[in-house]
Design a protein around this ligand. Structure first.
Ligand code: PMV
Length: 363
């Protein structure tokens, strides 16, 4: 189903609008089946499925007042962690400009945006997912405040997901609690390339409080951005095979998320992580985002699983850091294993203890 969010009527009439603010906290997410490759206006080449996280989030406050100058220039100041950030200001200005057909009122306001992350950005934890979903939710709040046009929760979430996608593809999945799927998959009639859909109903209880210990092998900004990586898929010799594999893995994972088959979960999730990084290594030009510590940890995880029978699994985002996924009931054993064997491979023994979460929150 294609959606038309052209917002011709969303124009403010009042000439003495009261200044105000909205604030959202929105989490990052970790893809289990990866989105890698896009077309058109941020549309995915294959469907993807993710867990929504809890502790890794962005908090964004949008202060607005009436803009004095007329015209469609976007007037905004963007502070990241309390400091002016030129790169982010430029990116958000461009984003707001692109959103003018959806939210024409953005050209009538002057903005001061204050944003902070609970985790380092550009280190292979989807910081753009939390940042862009927090912004998109804020913009939908503005629309609702000024025009009252997003009364139903479903409308609100769908539009926020659509708008977040235009900022960063994976951000559209962060709108939903626990788990979300984005991208058209024939077996799921409600699925869409334009927005994500929630997977809360039917998610096996094992996954509802699943743990994700993020092992910070490196905190450095990654050497090749995700947008460059997506672009390399346009001419990738294995692209069509990959897109077919992702569809197959989505279908299998959907069953697993309902039936709680952890053995299959481990297989699918680890295969997906390796496929993503194999694609990078086989791109032209090729590149590697894994670090020696990444491979050392993967080896130890597999050994631990073999020795204990505890179904821990790793996945990777577009970076060297490991997301270690496991059921909450094994917390004690796994935390001990991390402490004793894995942290030594992490930069300054860095770890974020995260878990599947309740989704964004208006503050
Ligand atoms: O949303 P983007 O453009 O930053 O791409 C994210 C891609 C991966 O994080 C590697 C996979 C995914 O589905 O989140």
């Amino acid at each position: 189903m294609s959606i038309d969010y052209t917002g011709k009527n969303l124009i403010l009439e009042s000439s003495n609008l009261e200044a105000g603010k909205v604030k959202w906290q929105s989490p990052s997410n970790i893809a289990l089946v990866k989105y890698w490759g896009k077309f058109g206006n941020q549309l995915p080449r294959n469907p993807s499925i993710s867990f929504t996280l809890t502790e890794s989030y962005t908090e964004t406050e949008i202060e607005y007042s009436e803009k004095i100058e007329k015209g469609n220039r976007i007037e905004l100041e963007y502070l990241f962690n309390g400091q002016e950030n030129e790169a982010f200001t430029a990116r958000v200005k461009k984003y707001f400009h692109e959103l003018l057909p959806i939210f024409p009122f953005l050209q009538q306001l002057s903005f001061k945006i204050n944003s902070r992350n609970t985790f380092p950005h550009s280190a292979g934890i989807a910081s753009s997912a939390s940042a862009m979903s927090a912004l998109a939710l804020g913009l939908c709040s503005l629309e609702d405040r000024f025009f009252g046009s997003l009364a139903a929760d479903d409308d609100y979430e769908r539009k926020a997901s659509y708008v977040a996608r235009l900022g960063s593809g994976s951000a559209c999945r962060s709108i939903f609690a626990q788990a979300a799927m984005w991208g058209r998959l024939e077996s799921v009639p409600a699925s869409s390339d334009e927005y994500a859909i929630p997977m809360k109903d039917g998610l096996h209880e094992l996954f509802q409080d699943y743990r994700d210990s993020i092992l910070m092998v490196s905190r450095s900004v990654k050497s090749v951005s995700s947008s460059a990586g997506h672009q390399l898929m346009d001419t990738h010799p294995y692209a069509s095979v990959r897109y077919a594999e992702a569809r197959k893995n989505c279908n299998s994972l959907l069953s697993v998320l309902r039936n709680g088959d952890l053995e299959r979960f481990v297989e699918i999730v680890e295969t997906e992580a390796f496929q993503l990084h194999a694609l990078m290594m086989m791109s032209s030009p090729s590149y590697v985002l894994m670090e020696p510590g990444t491979l050392a940890i993967i080896g130890l995880i597999r050994q631990f699983r073999h020795d204990t029978g505890i179904p821990i699994a790793f996945t990777l985002d577009a970076g060297p850091n490991i997301h270690l996924l496991y059921p909450a009931k094994y917390l004690t054993e796994v935390e001990l294993f991390i402490e004793e064997e894995l942290l030594t491979h992490c930069e300054q023994r860095g770890i974020i203890k995260d878990k599947v979460g309740a989704g964004p929150l208006e503050i």
